[in-house]
Write a protein that binds this ligand. Structure first.
Ligand SMILES: [Zn+2]
Length: 658
């Protein structure tokens, strides 16, 4: 799902400039009122009844727009997970009233308890382990709309009637009886919707039949043959204009992309954006494997929520933008094909879909656009230093859909993982995860994704997940560096990295890329920073000019560059250093610093004060200088070297030992 909080972070980008600030403000206002609408989270018994395993849902629902009322017959097929199952419950809000429950055509006992969002079912006889049964729940009512707007009787942009659902995370039970957890997918589902003439009703999978009931209503019968989570079952109803497109996945095969557009939204700019979808699909198919629901379809059905929701095979779309389109499409792989097993793990949906936007824009527009998105998501991620990406408290949908953590920081976790393992291993991890027989068309946890990442990369990534997914905040680094000459044009850099102490974790262990620019080469090395304060020695060829910390911006961080001897600094005073090595035979190096342009003389004298060699005698600019001295023609003994400038003179002793 994507709602406009996230998009606002990217509002400065040129391709989103079509949205005016006033428009965005209105959307936020509207969303806030949605938040205040109905908070029933305290009543949630999560996650569902573990004594049953749902295998099939069929929703046969008649909708009366004018009465704001629905009548339903929901078929639920399930297996017993218990050796002696005598009763179980389904999740259903009390605003919906159950008339009867039938099994094999016979009425069976049920109860809706006041104050509990549960439908208790009492079985006529006990079921054994793995025994399968099917029940029908006949019910009706005016659904209350919770969270993002789980059930909405609304109006389209021409004032026409619309009905739309958005059940994530806890809203399915507002309008139909189900096992309200993403951990238990049904193997398949049907959604039949009876609506007044003139409305088109859209849902998951394929449209099998439209029946004219002869009484002013039509019934639209949709069939989905893939495993599906309860919150991805949807209804989108309006007087739509249908706009078809095709995804050609081979030279001979193509799949239908059906778009359902409101009357006043059907124009060349919306169809232009919708026509981008096949290209997006190709990019993701190449990276993660074929579009997961190739036997059926993809599509977008307009609704009034300001963003989008990735209903399986049919995104509900409330904002025409390439960012929303690509985000929801990516969810078909990460969210719908592999679904987060619990809402604690929602970043496996949202962080992944957000990062897929970055992948898409990198592929389409180049790395510089990728970097713009990453910078923007890093800024968003830094706004929340209290909550972890892994959602500890899932009692409210605001916690679950935290834009800073579940979306932005979740995406940055993948960006950083890619930085650690490299591009090809990274895409191999995502593809392996998405196609793993245990997770594909099923669900996964953070720990399971970690184990895939570790087995594919061959790396122990426990530190990484612990600090970035389960921990909070981000590191604040400071660093400085200096160097000495060690001979043969080789310089040894001493790099000090320090982190500000945090709470959870106390500091971040990370491989850090360091770029070193010298007068003869440009090198990037990786150091593994695993201490609060740490020193690294790095040898390079040529005089070091600049040392850059994390040049590729692969780490979410703040960076404090400290004053002395850092990045190519101009010395603030004259300084003559002890030669190195000392004693020496026969070569050594003399380092000195000059704060401004001046005449410089560097001479070697013997114990009697006689000049035996002049190493430098010229005007020099501000900077650090390293001058080699070879004594192979001289006798062993004590020598002195003197730096003479217009305003500064200093002499030091050295020992030549043959
Ligand atoms: Zn999303």
């Amino acid at each position: 799902m994507k709602y406009y909080w996230h998009i606002m972070a990217f509002a400065f980008l040129p391709f989103l400039s079509m949205y005016s600030q006033a428009f965005l403000n209105n959307i936020v206002k509207e969303e806030k009122s949605n938040f205040e609408r109905f908070n029933k989270s305290l009543n949630i018994n999560y996650p569902g009844d573990s004594t049953i395993d749902v295998t099939y849902y069929k929703l046969n629902i008649a909708l009366n727009y004018d009465a704001k009322y629905l009548n339903g017959d929901v078929t639920i097929s399930f297996k017993s997970e218990s050796s002696n199952l005598t009763s179980f419950f389904l999740d259903l809000q009390n605003t919906m009233t159950v008339d009867s429950v039938r099994m094999n055509g016979n009425r069976i006992n049920f109860a809706q308890q006041a104050g509990q969002a549960k439908l208790e079912i009492n079985l006529p006889s006990a079921m054994g382990l793995n025994q399968e049964e099917s029940i029908d729940v006949f019910y009706g009512g005016s659904p209350a709309s919770s969270d993002f707007g789980s059930f909405t009787f609304g109006r389209d942009d021409a004032g026409g009637k619309t009905i739309a659902t958005l059940s994530e995370p806890y809203g399915a039970s507002d309008w139909w009886p189900c096992k309200d957890t993403p951990a238990d997918k049904a193997d398949s589902s049907d959604v039949w919707m009876t609506v007044e003439n003139g409305l088109t009703a859209v849902s998951n999978g394929k449209l099998m039949e439209v029946v004219d009931n002869g009484n002013g209503t039509h019934t639209f019968k949709w069939k989905n043959s893939y495993p599906i989570a309860q919150y991805l079952i949807s209804m989108a109803i309006a007087n739509y204009i249908k706009y078809n497109n095709y995804y050609k996945y081979s030279s001979t095969d193509s799949m239908l992309i059906s778009n359902y557009i409101w009357q006043n939204s059907y124009n060349s700019s919306t169809t232009y954006l919708l026509d981008l979808v096949p290209g997006m699909m190709k990019i993701f198919s190449d990276r993660f494997g074929p579009y997961p629901f190739l036997k059926e379809k993809y599509g977008n059905a307009q609704f009034s929520f300001p963003g989008g929701m990735e209903h399986q095979t049919i995104t509900s779309l409330g904002a025409y933008s390439d960012g929303v389109l690509v985000h929801e499409l990516a969810h078909q792989w990460f969210g719908d094909k592999v679904t987060c097993k619990t809402w604690h793990d929602v970043w496996l949906n949202e962080g992944f879909a957000t990062y897929c936007q970055d992948i898409y824009f990198e592929d389409k527009d180049g790395r510089q656009y990728y970097n713009i998105y990453i910078n923007s998501q890093m800024s968003s991620a830094k706004r929340d230093t209290i909550h972890s990406v892994y959602v500890n408290d899932i009692s409210s949908f605001e916690n679950i859909f935290n834009s800073a953590t579940s979306y932005a920081k979740g995406a940055i976790v993948l960006h950083m993982l890619r930085g650690i393992v490299g591009d090809s291993t990274f895409y191999n991890i995502l593809k392996t995860y998405n196609n793993d027989p245990g997770f594909a068309y099923n669900s996964a946890t953070t720990a399971e994704f970690q184990s895939i990442a570790e087995s594919v990369s061959g790396l122990d990534l426990n530190y990484f997940f612990k600090e970035w997914v389960y921990g909070v905040s981000y590191p604040v680094y400071s660093y400085n560096w200096n160097y000495i000459y060690t001979g043969n044009d080789i310089y040894q850099i001493t790099l000090n990295i320090q982190q500000q102490q945090r709470r959870h974790p106390q500091f971040f262990k990370m491989p850090v890329q360091i770029n070193i620019e010298t007068n003869s080469a440009d090198t990037t090395v990786t150091v593994f920073n695993d201490k609060l304060q740490q020193q690294f020695d790095i040898s390079v060829k040529g005089i070091p000019l600049q040392v850059t910390f994390d040049p590729g911006n692969l780490i979410l961080k703040d960076l404090i560059v400290t004053g002395i001897a850092n990045e190519k600094s101009v010395p603030h005073k004259f300084q003559l250093e002890q030669n190195y090595p000392n004693p020496f035979n026969p070569a050594t190096v003399i380092n000195y610093y000059i704060p401004h342009i001046t005449k410089v003389k560097l001479t070697i004298t013997d114990e009697l004060g006689r000049v035996v060699k002049t190493l430098v005698d010229k005007e020099q600019t501000a900077g650090q200088y390293s001058v080699p001295f070879n004594a192979k023609d001289l006798a062993s003994g004590i020598y002195f070297y003197t730096l003479d400038t217009e305003k500064f003179s200093q002499t030091k002793k050295m020992i030549f030992l043959k």
